[in-house]
Design a binder for this molecule. Structure first.
Ligand code: MN
Ligand code: MN
Length: 468
């Protein structure tokens, strides 16, 4: 049961469309490197496509009609878009879900210190990373600092050509005899992911002892933070600052058939889902795009999928559409269909032994469906219904979408989970789907432009789907 390579199916015109969408995606992930930045970009794009804030509609006292488009943002990190369908909401919605948080290094609350005539920032990594991959690469610092007076300072340092970059040192090969004997998981240890931010002290005429007491290196950076950004040291206590690989995503491969960039898990599914959602005009079933936060650390928290926010906002939407009752909301959620999208592992010829060749995704073979995820006997997996997958096969084939099925890797090789099991709690049909990546969770992940295009096509077809 070989699946076909999508590249063989395109004529010149379709290739043009594909490259256009891939370029929009490349710019999206280059500009959106944190969940907040992606949420901001999403709102910008939604407004441009005629979406209105749900809160504004509520305050205006208007009613929602079929064809209306609204969005809701929670704490600037989670966005949900609704395009109201002609069918009553209690018959269910067509939901596209993806996450916009990605693995990275978060600054600790008390991060700044000096050592060895340098100033450093201490971090606590977020999500699953191979720590050694984060040393000796250029890093940028993104995020917000919430001041006591209620103002918010937004930072993005290291992306513009004339910005400085930051980074974590690695030990020179000449002295690495001991380090290279260690297990890869501890070659660079989590506590040693300290970002170098300076090496120039404030000028003092005093003796060495006094210099040490005054922490002249640390002081220099504190002065700079105050001068350039209006931040004082205590402000770190209420900041969300994320160190991410610096620089834009790039075309990858001599043939430019792929994209290399940071944070493609899971902005690749977020962007393609969003794009499809923004083009869903007058759907039959209400079309929803749900871009959530905190997936990489278990979907907890107010902006994670485990929060009741999605349910609450859906209740608001039903109320504004004049269709709310507690039972109608329950029915709406249970009768919904969802593509819970996240990235899959693409077959990697350099590490072939980790994969089972018949049941792994390949770059270029299109959108991926994972009936189940989980590990050690599908544990913790959603495991979608055969009937639902049967219906999806028909929808995708009729729309001419290239798609493939996959498991993450060999049985008992490891595993992973997504948000599918959480929305499945409502009793809705949901399946894991998405796009395959090479280098998943590394600073520079790689995707196929054909897969980006096929995912976008697949999501569009899904938003138009009608159910028995
Ligand atoms: Mn992930
Ligand atoms: Mn993911």
């Amino acid at each position: 049961m070989e699946r076909k390579n999508a590249w063989n199916t395109y004529d010149e015109e379709e290739c043009g469309k594909l490259h256009d969408i891939a370029e929009q995606y490349r710019q999206f992930i280059s500009r959106g490197k944190t969940e907040r930045e992606c949420a901001g970009l999403t709102v910008e794009m939604a407004k441009a496509a005629g979406y209105r804030s749900l809160e504004e509609v509520r305050q205006s006292g208007e009613k929602l009609q079929p064809g209306d488009k609204v969005y809701a943002v929670h704490k600037k990190k989670l966005v949900i878009l609704y395009a109201i369908g002609t069918k009553p909401l209690e018959e269910g919605m067509n939901i596209l879900g993806a996450h916009i948080d990605s693995p990275r290094l978060d600054l600790k609350q008390n991060p700044l210190y000096e050592d060895g005539e340098m100033t450093l920032l201490d971090t606590h990594y977020y999500g699953g990373i191979k720590k050694y991959q984060w040393a000796a690469i250029p890093l940028a610092l993104h995020g917000v600092v919430a001041k006591k007076d209620g103002s918010l300072v937004t930072l993005s340092i290291g992306e513009k050509a004339d910005d400085p970059v930051l980074g974590i040192s690695d030990l020179l090969i000449h002295l690495s005899g001991e380090q290279l004997q260690k297990k890869a998981s501890v070659v660079v240890e989590g506590e040693n992911l300290n970002i170098i931010v300076g090496s120039r002290p404030v000028k003092t005429g005093e003796d060495e002892k006094e210099k040490k007491e005054k922490e002249v290196f640390r002081k220099a950076i504190l002065e700079l933070l105050e001068r350039d950004y209006g931040i004082e040291e205590e402000d770190f206590l209420s900041a969300e600052l994320e160190a991410v690989p610096a620089g834009a995503a790039r075309d990858f491969g001599l043939d430019k058939s792929m994209i290399m960039g940071y944070g493609q898990d899971d902005r690749i599914c977020a962007f393609t889902s969003l794009k499809a959602q923004l083009e869903a005009e007058h759907p039959v079933y209400t079309a929803v795009c749900l871009l959530t936060d905190k997936e990489e650390i278990g979907s907890m928290g107010a902006t994670g999928m485990q929060s009741r926010y999605f349910e609450n906002v859906t209740a608001e939407v039903m109320e504004l559409a004049g269709q709310y009752s507690e039972l109608a909301l329950r029915r709406c959620l249970q009768n919904s269909h969802m593509l819970s999208s996240d990235v899959s592992a693409a077959f990697d010829p350099n590490y072939a032994s980790a994969f089972e060749k018949k049941n792994i995704a390949y770059l270029g073979r299109g959108m991926v469906f994972n009936k189940y995820t989980g590990s050690r006997g599908k544990s913790g997996s959603n495991d979608a219904c055969a009937e639902y997958i049967g219906a999806l096969r028909r929808i995708m084939d009729e729309a001419g979408v290239c798609w493939q099925t996959a498991e993450l890797g060999k049985v008992d090789q490891g595993g992973g989970g997504t948000i599918a099991y959480i929305t499945a709690n409502y009793g809705m049909d949901v399946i894991d789907s998405g796009v395959a990546l090479l280098n998943m969770h590394s600073p520079w992940e790689v995707s196929s432009k054909a897969d980006i295009y096929e995912a976008y096509k697949g999501y569009k077809a899904f938003q138009k789907a009608e159910w028995e």
